[in-house]
Design a binder for this molecule. Structure first.
Ligand SMILES: *Cc1c(COP(=O)(O)O)cnc(C)c1O
Length: 298
């Protein structure tokens, strides 16, 4: 695991200045391998190392935070990596994929149909085509991803916060937080996918067999049109949030997360004395997909 001294808990406030919350800055973990992805990857990397694998093989799109983190994290511990990328090889690679290649990841491009088949059940294929490689699910999802994400709770002072709030893609990170939080705490996940009705079910599935867990709920109003979709309202919010708090956010997850907390606070969702910890899960590298100048920070 990368050094963790740089993680801090910083203050943020709502647009109207009436409400404050704390932000766990996982985005500060490492210049490249930041956010929740190194946590989700940690158990897979350990399995690859201890099992004597040559490397890891995993899946993602052209701007994937997971692919980016996996390439660097594998190299840091001397493992090879293969990235199976959704879609045809483009004429010029995204900065994300260029970084991954520079970190030594071998990229393979698959059509969307082939990708869908392999990313869901690619283990056999991996053994045949890439012997000695451990298949890691897209996004570092699954039980091992959840165990790794539970380590995030180690950076949160015990029993201080009433709410722990994070952005949700697959919900693996939220499941990990639920598994390690205190029974009296409440967890809130802000989904960034439109119509992801199976999310709560997926999280409960990961938590099967555990008892005495805190409660969690999902907010599904803040996907902003769908995964990785953005509009002027979001960009303006992210610029104002940065000007007010000094905290940069990303367009896919954490910008929508902070906007959700801001809106919920203005709606009176939280009691005035409740203490909130919002997890900044990183993803800033993906902001390079925006035309330059849209964000007043980088
Ligand atoms: C992947 C990712 C998430 C979502 O994590 P899940 O465990 O899939 O819910 C949230 N924030 C950022 C920045 C991410 O890269």
């Amino acid at each position: 695991m990368t050094p963790t001294e740089s993680i801090s808990i910083d203050r943020a406030s709502s647009s109207d200045g009436q409400f404050g919350w704390q932000v766990l800055r996982l985005d500060r973990l490492h210049p490249v391998v930041s956010g929740n992805k190194p946590f989700k990857l940690s158990r897979y990397l350990r399995e690859a190392q201890e099992g004597g694998y040559r490397g890891i093989l995993t899946f993602g799109g052209a701007w994937s935070n997971h692919i980016h983190a996996a390439a660097y994290a594998a190299r840091e511990i001397g493992l090879a990596s293969v990235g199976i990328i959704r879609g045809e090889r483009p004429f010029s690679l995204s900065p994300t994929l260029l970084d991954a290649e520079r970190a030594g990841m071998e990229l393979r491009f698959l059509s969307r149909t082939e990708y869908r088949e392999l990313s869901s059940r690619g283990e056999k294929w991996t053994h045949l085509r890439f012997p000695g490689f451990l298949a890691v699910p897209e996004g570092g999802a699954g039980a091992a991803g959840m165990s790794g994400a539970a380590d995030i709770m180690r950076f949160i002072p015990k029993d201080v916060f009433d709410w722990i709030i994070c952005a949700c893609g697959t919900g693996t990170t939220l499941a990990g937080l639920v598994s390690a939080a205190s029974p009296g705490q409440r967890l809130l996940g802000v989904s960034v996918l439109r119509g992801h009705t199976g999310l709560e079910h997926d999280i409960l599935n990961l938590l099967t067999g555990r008892s005495g867990l805190p409660t969690f709920r999902i907010e599904d109003r803040f996907h902003g049109g769908g995964y990785a979709k953005y509009d002027d309202e979001l960009i303006d919010f992210m610029n104002r949030f940065h000007a007010r708090t000094g905290i940069p956010t990303d367009i896919v997850y954490t910008g929508k997360l902070m906007m959700a907390v801001d809106t919920l606070a203005s709606e009176g969702f939280f009691a005035p004395n409740e203490r909130l910890l919002v997890i900044h899960s990183g993803g800033l590298q993906g902001n390079r997909s925006l035309p330059s100048g849209r964000l007043h920070f980088s």
